[in-house]
Design a binder for this molecule. Sequence first.
Ligand code: SF4
Ligand code: SF4
Length: 281
Amino acid sequence: MTKLWNSYRYLILRRTTQFGVLFLYFGANAWGWTLLMGNLSSSLFLGIVPLSDPYALLQMVAAGAILATDLLVGAFIVTLFYLLIGGRSFCSWVCPINIVTDAAALLRRKLGVDAISKKQPASRNMRYWVLALSLVLSFAMGITAFEFISPISMLHRGIVFGLGFGWAAMLIIFLLDLFVLKNGWCGHICPLGGFYSIVGKLSLIRVHHNEENCTLCMKCKVVCPEQQVLYMIGKESIPVLSGECTNCARCIEVCDDDALGFSIRGLAKNKKTGEKNESNK
Ligand code: SF4
Ligand code: SF4
C-alpha cells in the first residue's frame, strides 16, 4: 500500500485538485456555491478574491479592450501564484485537458507508439509562435483570438455547464496525441502552456536532480511530458530550470533511486560538496 502511494501520490493529488476545481465550478453553477464561481478565464474565490487568466488578459489588451480593475487584480494574483509554484503547475494541477493528454500519453506508451529516441516531426517551440500569433490576431481582429477557439474553455464549459463542443475538442486532442504527435497539444501547440512556460522560467519550486543517486534507468524520461527539460539526467546535480517543466512530479514518483525531488530554487545543495549548486542560484 505504501509503495503504491509512493508511486502515485502526486498523481492522486493532481487528479484530486483537477476534479476538485471542476466540482467547485460545477457546484457554483448547479447549486449556487460561492467558494469558486466563474470559469478558468475569470473567477471569484470566496465571493471576493478575483482570479483572472493573465494570458486572456493579454489578448484583451491586444484587442484594445478597456480592463476592469478586478480583472487586473485577478491576473496579478494568478501570475504571482504561478511565479511562486511553477508556471506550468497550472497545466498538471488545474487544466482539465491534462487529464486527456496524460491518458493519451499513457496509452501511447502501452501500445508501443511511443519511443524515447524517436524524432518528433514538429518543434516544441511551435507553442510560442501560436502564442505570438494569437496576440497578433487579437490585435488585428479586436477579439480575444485564442479564447474564441480554446479547447480548454470548451471542455471546461462542457463539464461545468454542459454546453458546446468540449467533448469533440477533447477527442481530437486525444487522437492527435495518441497517433500523430507525442505530447502534441500540451507539448507543442497550446499557447496557454507556452505562456505559463515563460512565467515558469522564474518560478521558485523546482524539480531537483541528484546525479550521485541516479542509476541512469531513464524511467523519468519515459514518463515526462517534456523530456527535453531532463537533459541533465545522470550528468549533473542541478534543478530543472526550464519553464516547460509542468511540476507534475511523475519523474519523482517513478524514480526508485531518490535522484529526483522538489526543491526551492537556490536552496538545494549538492550532496557531494554540501555547496549550493551554482546553476541553482
Ligand atoms: S498545455 Fe494548455 S491544454 Fe495542456 S495542460 Fe497546459 S494549459 Fe492545459
Ligand atoms: S521534469 Fe518531472 S515534473 Fe517536470 S514535466 Fe517532467 S516529469 Fe513532470
